[in-house]
Write a protein that binds this ligand. Structure first.
Ligand code: ZN
Length: 493
């Protein structure tokens, strides 16, 4: 290893330590911080964030990257990848001019409150001018970051490196008709009574059940923990310290369990990254879409499968005998797999969810490509909801004002959710081929073989392989939406 690479690694490790300390303070803010701590915590986080920014944009880092690159021919695959990621991070952090970063910070701090008010009153006009400014700043951001083809590519690349509109358009287009067909077919079916899911289920028992499933999935509680928070999320400081949160409702049986499995899937990814990558740009998941593929694989493909409940349902019944003894496995599985078009993305089922994402993607892409004005969003939103899901929002609060993302200034993020679903089905199909008795094992409560396969093939590499390369290595083909369609068809038709 050259001196330049060695020095670069040492500096990056320091930056990583500051950044993870910042992450831990944020986790604590959501989980344990008493209300009066907010002001001091805000100050501490700002200090750390500006320190991290200063360290990571220091021109010395740029110089070391250049120098290390000039000797990189003989580096290992891992060192080459480290350099590639360090360069990408450095360029992303230094390409944005300071006035643009400041304008972004100013508008987004203002936008959140404006959005909250606008949503409360279902008044899009109230949010329109702020959103117009946010879209405009995102266009400037795309220009500063640089792109080929659509300006939206520059934003996509922040969350799903290497992915472009040219790849996404056909991928998403190929989902539309099959998903609409499935939804129409299901809509014609008779609906049993699923009110058994909404009885009184003591929260402590729900949490205990979820934690047992997490243990069975292989989540290491010696290298992580689960706490309560208003929003479920996963964060961590290293593979040996991963934090999950969940929330629990006394009259909803499955919300806490599925959020535990979802965040647990993220957590297994973080715990599975090879320990020696910790503190380098390679430590952690490679992209939001691949990360989401892990959470959705556990939550939906496993957690809502009949095989999984063949083993776990008797245990759930034993825990809640009064509530569930008269409900058989069939009815329970139908109950947790209801498919029905609804207005709100975060409350939607695993099939209709993707059409919510497609709609948002098309709107964001057209905004960036100057094919759509912000003032035209509400009408377009409603007509797309009607076309894709056959329902029309009664007001903008349950329509185009429902998501927080745009008020954060974030465009380009939504597609990663459906990328996650597509990759989850594709990875699972590959795992089934590699482990022919996988389903038998799952129906016997043995979840570790799947976890080991995911770790071996995906998790351990962290960011060594870019998403498209990782998919190619694991599945021997590029991203393919057919597996998701096949999975839905075999499950719901
Ligand atoms: Zn997630």
């Amino acid at each position: 290893m050259t001196k330049a690479l060695q020095t670069l690694k040492e500096k990056l490790a320091v930056i990583s330590d500051f950044a993870t300390a910042e992450g831990l303070l944020s986790w604590d803010m959501e989980v344990y911080m008493p209300p009066k701590g907010a002001e001091a915590r805000g100050r501490q986080l700002t200090t750390l964030a500006s320190h991290v920014h200063a360290l990571s944009t220091d021109s010395e880092i740029g110089r070391l990257i250049e120098e290390a690159f000039s000797h990189s021919d003989n580096y290992s695959v891992e060192d080459k990848a480290l350099l590639r990621e360090a360069k990408k991070d450095y360029e992303r952090d230094t390409k944005l001019p300071a006035p643009l970063v400041e304008a972004f910070a100013k508008i987004t701090s203002e936008a959140h409150l404006t959005w909250v008010e606008a949503r409360k009153n279902a008044d899009f006009k109230h949010f329109e001018s702020v959103l117009t400014r946010i879209v405009d700043l995102n266009k400037q951001k795309a220009d500063a970051l640089g792109y080929e083809g659509s300006p939206y590519n520059a934003l996509l690349d922040l969350y799903e490196p290497g992915l472009t509109v040219a790849q996404l358009d056909p991928l998403f287009e190929s989902l539309k008709a099959p998903l609409q067909d499935i939804i129409k077919t299901i809509a014609g079916r008779e609906k049993p009574d699923f009110s058994f899911l909404k009885q009184e289920f003591p929260p402590d028992k729900q949490l205990a059940f979820g934690q047992q499933v997490l243990k069975d999935m292989g989540f290491d509680f010696e290298a992580g923990r689960q706490d309560l928070a208003p929003h479920p999320f996963c964060s961590g400081t290293s593979p040996s310290d991963v934090r999950l949160t969940t929330r629990v409702y006394p009259n909803d049986l499955v919300s806490a369990l599925f959020s535990s499995m979802h965040e647990g899937g993220h957590g297994l990814y973080e715990q599975g990254v090879a320990l020696h990558l910790d503190g380098t740009p390679l430590g952690g998941g490679v992209s939001l879409g691949i990360h989401e593929s892990q959470s959705r694989l556990w939550e939906n493909i496993i957690g809502r499968s009949r095989a999984f409940w063949t083993y776990y349902y008797p245990k759930l019944q034993a825990m809640f005998p009064e509530q569930l003894n008269k409900v058989d496995l069939d009815l329970f599985c139908q109950g947790i797999n209801q498919v029905k078009p609804s207005m709100i993305r975060v409350e939607s089922d695993e099939v209709t969810y993707n059409l919510h994402i497609l709609l948002r993607y098309e709107i964001e892409r057209d905004l960036l490509e100057n094919k759509l004005k912000v003032s035209d969003i509400p009408d377009l939103w409603n007509s797309k909801m009607h076309d894709y899901l056959g329902i029309t929002p009664e007001n903008h609060a349950e329509g185009c004002l429902q998501d927080i993302h745009w008020s954060h200034g974030t465009l380009g993020y939504f597609p990663t959710y459906t990328i996650g679903n597509i990759c989850a089905a594709q990875f699972y199909k590959t795992a089934q081929t590699a482990l022919p008795d996988l389903e038998t094992q799952i129906s016997a409560g043995k979840l570790l073989p799947l976890r080991e396969w995911l770790k071996e093939n995906i998790h351990q590499y962290g960011r060594i392989y870019e998403p498209s390369e990782l998919l190619q290595r694991v599945c021997q083909e590029p991203m393919n939406s057919q597996y998701l369609v096949d999975y839905f068809k075999s499950k719901f038709l």
